[in-house]
Design a protein around this ligand. Structure first.
Ligand SMILES: *Cc1c(COP(=O)(O)O)cnc(C)c1O
Length: 371
């Protein structure tokens, strides 16, 4: 037996390496990043602020000031607190670790955010994926049935959902949260909240088992890695116990506190992206062979129709071809066709600046016209 076979868990050996393509030199429309940066004057001010950070010291692990500022500036209702994570990815991992009792299960609609299943598996929890309907709305009856059968400890609802883009029906979500009741938590993942203008955050008091999870990543700060989740303090206290004590580094802490004093800038950028989302959606829908799904996020899911009269060489070939052609033109989007059967021939495109969106549209138009 090799060293690897001796020491590494079989399920970890089976995993593929999480592959992030090198985007150097590409127009990067694959990861829902905000294309805008801070204005030059603020960047200089931030630089001065960071220069004064005591990098020789450990962070103070309570992060009291940053937590208070997040609560105040980002709409956490009075009486509720937040736990901080190194991105929401780490929060998802913390929830998995804390809830990994023998036989415990995690449930989420699929297709959905891959980290829910991945994190569950790594902590030894069984993941139950409940397929969405073909139009990517919640199959509420199937969700309620799965909840009754499996009694999941953790249920995730991404609001809006990734990679499909739309908000689920809020009444359906309430029925699901109530059905889970006092045998599980429901985590409403609002990573795209700045683009959705709908939130469960103001409704925390209605549901004792509700956690609202957010991140500053899609808002324009993906590089600093900061996520937070809000909920009843008794629950948060338990999750906080499995948090690595110094998980937010001092530079992230300082940068976040600074930017949170200038949220109007990020809000304005999100507003620009919402306008662009509308324009890009309409322009994509006008291309022959493209179906656009409604989006409340900063990305748009499209489906590429196979060429008229032509038989697809392989399932999903139409979108694979478009994706490869865009890559050849140095444009990187996300090919999600293999993620789930419902996503066949689907591509996910991040909404960017007017200039970059036009570059994407021109390239896509040319590719579709020449096939
Ligand atoms: C991008 C994304 C996240 C991850 O956010 P990070 O804070 O960057 O780890 C979480 N949930 C959903 C649904 C996302 O799309």
């Amino acid at each position: 037996m090799s060293l690897i076979d001796t020491i590494i868990r079989p399920d970890v050996r089976e995993l593929a390496v999480y592959h992030v393509p090198d985007a150097t030199g590409f127009l990067k429309l694959d990861a829902m990043e905000n294309p805008y940066t801070l204005p030059q004057s603020l960047r200089i001010e931030l630089g001065a602020r960071l220069a004064d950070v005591a990098m020789n010291r450990y962070p103070v692990p309570s992060y009291t000031a940053l937590r208070a500022k997040i609560c105040e500036r980002l709409g956490v209702p009075a009486g509720f607190d937040v736990v901080l994570g190194n991105g929401s990815d780490e929060l998802i991992a913390m929830v998995s670790v804390a809830c990994a009792r023998p036989g415990a299960k995690v449930l989420a609609p699929v297709p959905g955010f891959v980290m829910y299943a991945m994190s569950a598996q790594l902590s030894g929890l069984e993941f139950i994926g409940v397929p969405l309907r073909a139009d990517f709305s919640l199959d509420t009856a199937a969700m309620l049935e799965a909840i009754a059968i499996h009694r999941p400890a953790v249920t995730y609802l991404a609001y809006p959902n990734n990679p499909t883009g739309a908000l689920f029906d809020a009444d359906d979500m309430c029925r699901i949260i109530r059905a889970v009741g006092d045998t599980g938590v429901v985590i409403v993942d609002e990573a795209y909240q700045p683009f959705a203008q709908a939130s469960f955050m103001p409704r925390l008091a209605e549901f004792p088992n509700l956690i609202v999870m957010r991140t500053v990543s899609k808002l324009g700060l993906a590089g600093i890695r900061l996520g937070y989740m809000a909920g009843a303090s008794a629950l948060l206290t338990q999750f906080d116990k499995v948090r690595p004590p110094y998980n937010i580094n001092v530079l992230t802490q300082s940068a976040a506190e600074f930017v949170l004093d200038h949220t109007a800038i990020l809000d304005a950028q999100a507003a620009l992206l919402r306008v662009e989302r509308g324009r890009l959606s309409a322009a994509l829908a006008a291309l022959r062979g493209v179906t656009v799904f409604p989006s409340d996020a900063n990305f748009i899911l499209v489906r590429i129709a196979p060429q008229e009269g032509a038989q697809e060489a392989a399932p999903g070939q139409a979108a694979n071809d478009v994706f490869a052609n865009l890559l050849a033109r140095k444009i990187l989007i996300k090919n999600v066709g293999k993620m789930h059967a419902l996503l066949q021939n689907c591509l996910r495109i991040t909404v960017s600046t007017p200039e970059e969106n036009v570059m994407l549209l021109d390239a896509l138009g040319a590719i579709l016209a020449s096939r």
